[in-house]
Design a protein around this ligand. Sequence first.
Ligand code: PEP
Ligand code: MG
Length: 328
Amino acid sequence: LYGLLLEQADLPAETHDGHRVELLINAGLSAELEGVHSEVGDGVGLYRTEVPFMMRERFPSEHEQCQLYRSVLQMNPAKSITMRTLDVGGDKPLPYFTVTEENPFLGWRGIRMTLDHPEIFLVQVRAMLRASLGLDNLKIMLPMITTINEVNESKRLIRQAYYEVAEEAQLEGHTLSMPEVGVMLEVPAVIYQLPQLAAKVDFFSIGSNDLTQYLLAVDRNNARVSGLYDSYHPAVLKALKLIVEEAKRFNKPVTLCGELAGEPGGAILLLAMGYRKLSMNSFNLSKIKWVIRSLSMADAQLLLDEVLELEHPHQVRDRINRHLETLG
Ligand code: PEP
Ligand code: MG
């Protein structure tokens, strides 16, 4: 099998019937970025900037951040690297910035924290922009967006950082390109605000881990209710289908970057719904590419139609497993 996976390294992720899929990687640690050098993937769909923050004893300075981000962007200037602004809170505390809350997953997470601390946000965005001088593969992504106002405020700060860095760059004879800015779709409220969001951002990326947690009201890390946490729940599947249809209607690129994209069954359903960009842990990438290359989109669509009629996640799993067996 390993030989088979290696053989397909240079081949595109394309179904039998000619549907091409972009496969991107999720990363936080530098070791996870190794694959960016290779031909296997199409870039980084989610760079979790909080990971290097969590491994330090204090907030990294703008200079330190800039050096780190530059090393990431330079790994493969030909491939896009989507950097997510700091997504701490919830299950991701910073050792030097303690927050005590009764319901951390419903609390001061992601963009909520950084917009309350614009100095943290500005330092980070400036570092990203400085790091991208002379390159044009940076995209910026905002986590945990709930309201349009958060997007407006974030974009205002990004513009501010851009003018600061661009002015300095110009003095030194460089030009700075304005990166694309996108939002994560992971709070259910945004499903009902897609037209408004589409008018403000360049791309969407679904965080299916959090979207599942918040749609089902199940803590993603609580073992007692883990039986209920399931991205194959019919409501989650319907939400995912609605989002890709809306994204198409508004001509917005949409990626899915939760764990679901790295599961063979999940990837098949997502392709059938219309997703053409999947971002996953790098160790799943070859497997998913193999699944895509073994698949016919027409069959996947028939499977999806059947699955959408089912009532229980376990029925969905059984049905998908039967389909996977036919792929070999
Ligand atoms: C998600 O929520 O699906 C996601 C990709 O982000 P994280 O797992 O880092 O919250
Ligand atoms: Mg998330």
